[in-house]
Structure formats: C-alpha cells, structure tokens
Design a protein around this ligand. Structure first.
Ligand SMILES: [Zn+2]
Ligand SMILES: [Zn+2]
Length: 244
C-alpha cells in the first residue's frame, strides 16, 4: 500500500465513523460502501440468454442469439451487453448519477458493468464513452458515461491506456428523444457524431462504447456508424441498463 492509499484509507475510516455509509438509493445506513440488501434484491441482472447484439434479456431460451428487432433492423454496433434491466430501482440509481454527483454509485455501477461485460472490456482496443454535446457537458459539469467508463475499466483491471474519450464528439445537440418513434430517433441522430481529426488508430480497431441506458440504441448506433466510417473493424456497446 502506498502512502497515498494508506492516508486515503485512514481518512475514509474516520469519515465512516463520523458519517456512516448510506445506501445511495434509500439512504439506509449500511455496514460497508454499497447498496443495501433490499435495494439489491430489486435490481435485475440480465443474464444469458440475451440478444448478443443489443443486450436485451430473453424471457426464455428459444435457441436464438439475436432478438427480432436486431434480425429485422439491426443497429450499427455488432455486439452489446447490458448489466441490468431498466426498472424503477435502476432508474433511481441512474437518475441520481445524472442529476446529482454520486461518486459512490459510479463505482457500484462500474463494478456491475465490469462483471457482466468483462469480455467486451478486455477485447476492446479502445474504450469510448458516449459523448455529450459540449453545451450539455458544460451545464451538467461532467459526462456520466465517461465516469462509468473509467469506473468499469478500473474494476475490470483493463489498461487505462485503452480509454479514449476524445475519439468521437457529439457535433449536434439533439432534443429529448423520449416521445419519438424509432424511425424519428434514427433520423434525429443522423450525423450527430464526428470523429476526432487524429483518428488513424480507429482503422481496423475493435471499439467499445460505454453509456448509461440503452433504449432504442439510436444514439449508440449513430456513434457506431461514425466509428465504422472511420474504419473500425468492430464496434460493441456496454451499458448499465437496458430498457425492455
Ligand atoms: Zn437501499
Ligand atoms: Zn437485439
């Protein structure tokens, strides 16, 4: 243990005595950093069988690897894993992450992503958080996908050199997609991302994009299209939660 980490440990221990750790979801006091047992039980991990392309969990094993949606209208990313199902519980954790700085939650969610998506994290040449438009980044102060990506990389023990938040940027500020149809979302996201000018490393690379929630996958698909136009061999996505 280096001096820095032992000091951090001491400060943390003193802090825990003075302010005991609380469950980030329900604020009940817990014995160690983490979510309380009751909140844990309401999080539903997506285990196999699941669609290998979009991460959607299957209710039963029909012996297929892709969901109907990916077979008929495949997204532009090739593979995908979601750690948990999007439900009232995971929504609360993710909203807390988006609209309030909850450092404790980032590490919990990062660990979930590392556990479920270890294969994708270890196979990627580059790991890219889905960028926010700079105006949104400016008002929020941080990009939750970037924080999640860093936490997942650390938890999975992947080299931090694979982290490339600058590889793509969001060039178009898109409005809330909540009420739009699938087709409208796709249209809305057209040309929303731009490759970094210095992008030679994209050619032939296997790239993993990280985001918090996958709903229709229109934003992730658009980012994947941009990376593939730059010559990426394969683009995968890893998210905390999958809607539907
Ligand atoms: Zn709780
Ligand atoms: Zn699918």
């Amino acid at each position: 243990m280096t001096d820095m980490t032992s000091w951090q440990h001491i400060i943390r221990t003193i802090g825990n005595v003075m302010i005991p750790p609380q469950c980030p979801s329900c604020h009940q006091v817990v014995s160690s950093d983490g979510i309380c047992g009751e909140c844990w039980s309401r999080l539903k991990a997506i285990t196999t069988p699941a669609c290998v392309q979009c991460g959607r969990g299957f209710d039963f094993d029909a012996g297929v690897s892709r969901c109907g949606q990916c077979l008929t209208q495949p997204p532009d990313f090739d593979r995908g894993i979601a750690a948990i199902r999007y439900n009232a519980m995971s929504k609360r954790l993710i909203l807390g992450l988006k609209y309030a700085w909850r450092h404790d939650m980032i590490h919990i969610l990062g660990r979930m992503m590392a556990n479920q998506g270890a294969s994708l994290l270890h196979q990627a040449d580059w790991i890219v958080p889905l960028p926010l438009h700079w105006t949104r980044h400016f008002t929020r102060g941080y990009n939750q996908s970037a924080e999640l990506a860093r936490a997942a990389i650390k938890a999975a023990g992947v080299s931090p050199k694979t982290y490339r938040p600058d590889l793509i940027r969001r060039s178009k500020r898109t409005e809330n997609q909540g009420h739009k149809t699938r087709q409208q979302r796709r249209q809305n996201m057209r040309g929303a991302f731009r490759l970094h000018a210095d992008n030679a490393c994209v050619k032939g690379a296997s790239i993993l994009i990280i985001d918090d929630v996958l709903t229709t996958g229109a934003s992730l698909s658009s980012a994947a299209r941009c990376l593939k136009a730059g010559g990426a061999k394969e683009v995968a996505v890893l998210v905390v939660a999958r809607v539907g």
